[in-house]
Design a protein around this ligand. Structure first.
Ligand code: NOJ
Length: 549
């Protein structure tokens, strides 16, 4: 099947279904709600949707613990609602991408239930190890969410590996039967008409033989022993050869800590096994590796991250572009400023939307939602936050520990979508499953619809402009004044068309000059976030997109 690489012209919207829109009044977001909002997503300029998991799941990790891969959870509306959303999306020229979570399953999945009882063919579907005795574990790896990576199972009398929560046992991908299951899942959804997959922590699926102890990493101990493991390329190539190559679909892989060099071994267009990667470098400008190791925000680090990926993939592979998703706090509260919320939300949009790659917008980002700050740690739902709070520095006051969670927790960005100023932000007519950010009366879709200067309407303009420019897809990226700690400036140049993007990350006005070869007097100011821009000056968090045609 010829691969048309249609994804290069798309802008995706990420739906985190629980908090997006409740269509049936039971308090939980669902597919009926998504169906109602398809036109909203389309009007934003997004012509693809990535669904975080909507399969049956006990919900230990908000759906990333799947108990049935070939169904849609009844609470989201089941298969029937999904078919309608799929058709509704396709009728509007939109693509649908599913989350493929096959590094692990739920412990309530039938495979695990049978595996723990040693019922074939499931006996070796997971990674089991005998009890080494003396209170020891099979190795020294940490899980990403809940302490050590091993839990003892009374039924089987052995330990199982879980790189995430205790309720998320890792599959044994070295078992060819497990790989056949993955292929069955892929075919099932592709035959139903879905257009691609976002592959959850897919670089973790092949663990080093013998599962050796790790002495390299102080945190996330074990990661070098399973990230980009020995057979990962072979397994991904197998999925591609046997399934993906037979459909005009696409794949985007989540890849913690991946470098551009490593990424190319997965996504080079001539011989890659996947199409795009979700890298984490752009999420680490105010932390070290993880949101839980915060630092000050460093613009130079952010610029290096974006530029690195633009330069290194150029001509060989295609970037994914994002600044928010369900795993990170809100970007305005991180790289922008809540004081200059509207200005910084718009500036951050421009900052990433005019680069080469396929952009993703996370629900609520397009209205400039900010971090949620609960009064009590008990209000957190997320398994990772709960664990990290309980194990955070006990020498600090409860207040300080809670503030650390505000800054790092995924729940900061998982509150209800703010549709209007009515009760529960218009998310549900029932009792909502989760909290709403207290600022919903000021920040919501309805209030922004009618305001031509709102963040929402700015996103619409920015996406429209991006789509009209050929130099974004085909041009040459170049960063200017990389040493500036306050301004991010880059250009995209194609023969007859070029843009210069200028973004201020400062709360104070700044002077700037254009780089050589960019005559601002002959440019059109195609987009900006201030009504009265001043030449060579940047207001707080101002952005400008200059265009030469
Ligand atoms: C990455 C997902 O994005 C995250 O939400 C999830 O908790 C872990 N993988 C485990 O599946």
């Amino acid at each position: 099947m010829e691969r048309t690489r249609w994804y290069k012209d798309k802008v995706f919207y990420q739906v985190w279904p629980r908090s997006f829109k409740d269509g049936n009044g039971d308090g939980l977001g669902d597919l009926l709600g998504v169906y109602e909002k398809l036109d909203y997503i389309k009007d934003l300029g997004c012509d693809g949707i990535w669904f975080s998991p909507i399969y049956p799941s006990p919900g230990a990790d908000c759906g990333y613990d799947i108990s049935d891969y070939m169904d849609i959870a009844p609470e989201f509306g089941g298969m029937e609602a999904f078919r309608e959303v799929l058709e509704g999306a396709h009728d509007r020229g939109m693509k649908i991408v599913m989350d493929l979570v096959v590094n692990h399953t739920s412990d309530e999945h039938e495979w695990f239930q049978k595996s723990r009882q040693r019922i074939d063919p499931y006996t070796d579907y997971y990674i089991w190890r005998p009890d080494p005795g003396n209170g020891k574990l099979p190795n020294n790896w940490d899980s990403n969410f809940e302490g050590k990576a091993w839990t003892y199972d009374e039924v089987r009398g052995e330990y199982y590996l879980h790189l995430f929560a205790v309720k998320q046992p890792d599959l044994n991908m070295d078992n060819p039967k497990v790989r056949e299951e993955v292929k069955r899942i892929l075919r099932f959804w592709l035959d139903l008409g879905v257009d691609g997959f976002r592959e959850d922590v897919i670089t973790y699926i092949s663990k080093k033989e013998g599962l050796p102890d790790d002495h390299l990493f102080p945190i996330y101990k074990g990661m070098p022993q399973y990230n980009h493991g020995p057979h990962v390329h072979e397994y991904l190539a197998e999925f591609k050869r046997d399934v993906l190559d037979h459909y005009d679909c696409f794949t985007i892989a989540e890849a913690p800590l991946v470098t551009p060099k490593q990424a190319l071994t997965y996504i080079r267009e001539d011989d890659g096994q996947l199409d795009m990667m979700i890298q984490f470098q752009c999420m680490c400008a105010d932390c070290l590796f993880s949101d839980y190791l915060p630092t000050k925000f460093h613009l130079r680090k952010l610029k290096r991250a974006f530029s690195n990926w633009q330069y290194r993939l150029k001509g060989q592979a295609w970037n994914s572009l994002y600044i928010e998703n369900h795993d990170h706090p809100r970007i305005v509260s991180r790289y922008g400023s809540e004081q200059f919320r509207e200005e910084s939300a718009k500036m951050l949009a421009v900052m990433y939307l005019f680069q080469q790659g396929t952009p993703f917008v996370y629900q609520g980002q397009e209205i400039g939602m900010t971090n949620w700050r609960p009064e009590s740690p008990d209000m957190y739902e997320d398994v990772q936050t709960r664990y990290n709070y309980a194990h955070s520095n006990l020498k600090k006051s409860p207040e300080q520990r809670l503030q650390a969670m505000w800054r790092a927790s995924r729940d900061s960005a998982r509150t209800l979508m703010q549709w209007d100023s009515s009760e529960n932000a218009g998310f549900t007519t029932g009792k909502p499953w989760f909290y709403v950010n207290g600022n919903y009366k000021q920040i919501n879709v309805a209030a922004q619809e009618g305001d031509p200067d709102s963040v929402l309407n700015f996103y619409r303009k920015a996406i429209r402009l991006r789509k009209s420019l050929s130099c974004i897809r085909h041009g040459e990226y170049r960063e200017h004044f990389p040493h500036s700690g306050k301004v991010y400036m880059y250009s995209m140049t194609e023969e007859m068309e070029k843009t210069l993007v200028v973004c201020s990350f400062s709360e104070k006005p700044l002077r700037y000059r254009a780089p050589k070869g960019f005559d601002l007097d002959s440019a059109e100011l195609a987009l900006g976030n201030y009504a009265q821009p001043i030449k060579n000056t940047l207001h707080p968090y101002e952005c400008k997109v200059y265009l030469w045609k």
